[in-house]
Design a binder for this molecule. Structure first.
Ligand code: ATR
Length: 273
């Protein structure tokens, strides 16, 4: 029996057990995937105990993603670059940390908007938090020619831009809508528009139908940004698939099968939102 799970505080809201449980069942793998509630104080010793108890690894969610990176014996380049880990693999008594959010973002876009060409023009990224780091690095790795970054706190965007070099330029939030007419994609990486958060106030008036608009928010699935962009004829991609695709590398590492993100899985998680 291969054991894995997801650690957070709180953890009751996590949809990861549905995702991994679905795949364990689909591929007939003898394994378990459970929710694990560790407070900040319990995290380090708790992870080491799971390792010593024979777990294959864990996903890590808020507020532990930075602590997970610090605790690891080895970290992937992308986890180091993002400054946080969401996936830990225990191998030969050592802890390996990875961050799969950027891969999840990109594979979701590839699956849901296969005709979109990353090289066709600049990307406009809204937000400069942890999710933005993952999205920006994925877009750069995929070959985006330029990236315009806007954030409420401009200094945070500038700090982030220095990590990525000249391909990332920082603009003021008020310039985001004017800039949006000349990009190939727009990505909302902020929590704005999510149930219980403030709305994202972003006019889609300048958008032409060739622009792909993506949101990392998945509750609601259809955010105002995506609705307004669809009305302008744009292709849109919601954030649910990023949640599903970011789970793929962990499952593969722990359980030995690379799982497929299919429509049934999407529906299962949607029902649970
Ligand atoms: P995550 O790791 O999930 O990306 P985060 O690091 O807290 O979370 O980042 C949240 C992002 O949403 C940031 O870009 C934040 O802007 P600031 O850097 O200015 O805080 C953005 N954000 C959150 N609430 C916002 C609001 N009410 N208006 C504008 N931007 C907001």
């Amino acid at each position: 029996m291969i054991k894995a799970g997801v650690i957070g505080w709180p953890i009751s809201q996590s949809k990861s057990p549905i995702i991994h449980g679905y795949w364990l069942n689909k591929y007939g793998i003898k394994g378990s995937y459970e929710k694990i509630a560790f407070s900040v104080d319990e995290f380090d010793d708790g992870v080491k105990k799971l390792r010593d108890d024979g777990y294959a690894g864990v996903n890590v969610t808020a507020p532990h993603k930075e602590a997970a990176l610090s605790l690891a014996d080895h970290s992937s380049d992308r986890a180091k670059m993002i400054g946080a880990a969401n996936t830990l693999v225990f191998k030969d008594g050592e802890i390996h940390a990875d961050n799969t959010d950027g891969e999840g973002f990109l594979n979701n876009v590839i699956q849901r908007a296969p005709d979109w060409n990353v090289g066709a023009g600049p990307a406009l990224v809204l937000g400069a938090g942890g999710a933005a780091r993952a999205v920006i690095s994925a877009l750069i790795d995929a070959g985006v020619p330029e990236l315009i970054l806007v954030n409420r706190t401009r200094a945070r965007a500038e700090n982030l831009a220095t990590h990525f070099g000249r391909r990332v330029v920082v603009a003021n939030w008020v310039d985001a809508v004017p800039a949006s007419g000349a990009v190939s994609t727009i990505v909302n990486t902020t929590s704005l528009g999510m149930l219980g958060c403030d709305p994202l106030e972003f006019s889609c008036e300048n958008l032409n139908p060739s622009i792909l608009v993506t949101d990392i928010v998945y509750n609601p699935l259809e955010t105002d940004l995506l609705k307004n962009a669809a009305q302008k004829g744009c292709a849109t991609v919601d954030g649910l698939g990023m949640l599903l695709h970011q789970a793929v590398p962990g499952f593969e590492q722990w359980f030995g099968t690379r799982p497929v993100v299919d429509e049934i899985l999407r529906e299962r998680v949607l029902e649970a939102l």
